[in-house]
Ligand binder design. Structure first.
Ligand code: CTP
Length: 410
């Protein structure tokens, strides 16, 4: 392409943006936002809530987006169905600007009482929101909790600004300016272009396994799956096809990831080995039980007098070690969670399981390990180790995926 033509290419050319507008006074800014998105080359489909129509007219939005806007599940005139599933499939990005405290709460709660929300629930694409509300509503713990929860599930937040609000009060809650939102959209798609792992298939194991003792009890551990899910999401964001073999967790499937649900170490072994057969690499993030009850009682075990009880456990299969023997030139990444002699234990596992590199977590580091949204890790390979600072699990995942990329793309 000649340099002139390159310059003339608009950054959002051909991108499908589903622009959701909810009932806030900031809805008037959605007109400018829509115009800027179209000017940058995006195709914009507007979906509004009924209340949003009170703040900005459908006619304005339809004119600027060059498409009829959508509000209802079906057209009351002719009964034509507005398929939220199709909208969700069509969109490359769902941008809700402005998003009210009410819609944020409904999004976290899975409420589906308007077309905007059903489209959100059906969307397979990334979602971005630009909150707009009064300062106290924005600061309220429920709003902050909802935003944190959405963010943890991959929703991107364009932070509101501070200043004079419609209520006359001063503070944080004013929707970001349309220009800032467009910059965030452009940055999102620019990052999206870094699909260096396109054409590669990765298996990620995540979460804890559950080993039944009887129909009521089981053995498990504290793993939440957050780190593994963040890795699956980062791999998918870099263009890889991802099979996430997951123990039981409350987490949502990250966009673009195929999840295989398992319970026991044996089920995880079978699923991971099968998926790895046609994969280009694997990240072993699951906390797999090393032992499982030799016998699973068919009926609930009743207590016997006052004495102790003994449960006989047998070893489970080591999934990582099995993939390590089969890996050939493929990439295999392991995890080590240690409480003492961390480096030595991790190096031993690196060699024993034939990992390309191992991610060491020390439970002695504050902010590392289970449950939290941060982690502090050291990446260790045959050449040495790199200690990363305390980062969010998403950032740790990004660094791990970048290291995988550096191995694959030499
Ligand atoms: N792993 C696995 N299958 C198992 C056990 C562990 O795939 N049955 C993987 C984990 O996902 C992790 C790495 O192996 O990537 C951890 O190594 P391991 O030595 O098994 O750790 P621990 O189970 O914590 O072992 P130890 O009790 O010896 O510390």
């Amino acid at each position: 392409m000649c340099p002139m033509a390159d310059q003339m290419t608009r950054p959002l050319e051909g991108r499908h943006i589903l622009l959701g507008i909810t009932g806030s006074i900031a809805a008037y800014k959605a007109a400018m936002l829509c115009r800027l998105l179209v000017r940058e080359g995006a195709e914009v489909q507007v979906v509004m809530t009924a209340l949003a129509k009170e703040f900005i007219t459908p006619l304005t939005m339809a004119t600027l987006s060059r498409r009829p806007i959508l509000v209802e599940f079906f057209d009351p005139e002719n009964g034509a169905w507005n398929s939220h599933v199709k909208l969700g499939e069509w969109a490359d990005l769902m941008l809700i600007a402005p998003v009210t405290a009410n819609t944020l709460a409904k999004m976290t709660g899975g409420v589906a009482d308007n077309l905007l929300l059903t489209s959100y629930l059906s969307a397979r694409c990334p979602v971005m929101v630009a909150p707009a509300m009064d300062l106290d509503m924005y600061a309220h713990y429920t709003t902050q909790r909802n935003l944190a929860e959405l963010q943890a599930h991959g929703v991107k937040i364009v932070e509101p600004g501070s200043g004079e609000l419609a209520s006359g009060l001063e503070g944080k809650g004013r929707m970001a300016e349309p220009e800032e939102i467009v910059e965030a959209v452009k940055a999102h798609f620019a990052a999206d272009k870094k699909k260096a792992l396109a054409g590669n298939h990765f298996v990620v194991t995540a979460g804890a396994t559950i080993e039944p003792i009887d129909p009521v009890r089981y053995i498990t551990n504290h793993s939440t799956g957050k780190m593994g899910y963040a890795i699956a999401e980062a791999l998918a964001a870099h263009g890889a096809r991802v099979t996430l073999v997951s123990g039981r967790t409350a987490l949502a499937v990250p966009p673009g990831v195929d999840r295989v649900d398992v319970l026991t170490a044996e089920e995880m072994y079978q699923a991971a080995v099968e998926a790895f057969a046609e994969a280009d690499g694997a990240v072993m993030c699951a906390a797999v039980a090393d032992y499982t009850p030799r016998e699973v009682a068919a009926e609930k075990i009743k207590k016997q007098g006052e004495g102790d009880m003994t449960l006989t456990l047998r070893r489970t299969q080591d999934i990582a070690a099995r993939l390590g023997t089969a890996k050939g030139a493929r990439v295999l990444v392991g995890f080590a969670l240690e409480t003492c002699d961390e480096q030595a234990h991790a190096e031993e596992k690196l060699a024993k399981k034939n990992f390309d590199f191992i991610v060491l977590n020390s439970l002695r580091d504050a902010g590392a390990g289970f449950r939290g949204d941060t982690n502090k890790v050291t990446l260790i390979d045959a050449a040495g180790s790199e200690e990363l600072p305390l980062l969010s699990k998403r950032e740790v995942a990004e660094r791990i995926v970048e290291k995988i990329e550096s191995i694959i793309i030499k």
